[in-house]
Design a protein around this ligand. Sequence first.
Ligand code: ADP
Length: 207
Amino acid sequence: MSYDPYIVGLTGGIGSGKSTIAQRFRELGVEVVDADQASRKVVEPGMPALNIIADRFGAEMIKNDGTLNRAAMRQLIFSQPLEKTWLENLLHPLIAEWIIDRLQRAESAYVMLESPLLLETEQHQLVNTLLLVDLPESLQLSRTAERDGDPKQQIQSIIDSQMARDDKLRRADYVFDNSLALDTVTPRIAMLHETFFHLALESLHDD
Ligand code: ADP
């Protein structure tokens, strides 16, 4: 028997706590498909996209070990918006294909799609409901700096390139306030899990 899985989108800006929250859902048996993993997979050695990138931008985009030179790629698209669009047009459909395949194969009562760019890309069209991990910008900055050790200016430019917090809040069905201490996370996740579980069951009856 095959049926469409009930899909919960999980998004939030850099350092908002997506990975932390996704891990708690995994511990409750929910399968989580990770869009970041998808974007790495489609450019792994041997994948067609890698050759297409090398044909366009030169062999220096591929490192000696056969993997994508991400730093060179980032630098190139940062200064050339048209090339950024070209790259997105190449990769986004491949990423979507990988994600859809994983979502379809999930066997938990509902499946979660974790993506930092869920709302910025067409990925949001895949989900039945949307959970936003929300955090004030100052905490996003300090937690990311503590996690990665990157300069705050660099983190700020990533925050600025992502959708504004208010716009995300407007589009979310559920909001997880992650400014509260970690020891408050577990019971709140349990409540959300129950909600999503019931939504998934109801969607079965709707079919
Ligand atoms: P994202 O995946 O959205 O980039 P992470 O889950 O990696 O964010 O969280 C960013 C950092 O904040 C991590 O170091 C994580 O341990 C920490 N963190 C997450 N949630 C909380 C919380 N409620 N309180 C304190 N620190 C948190």
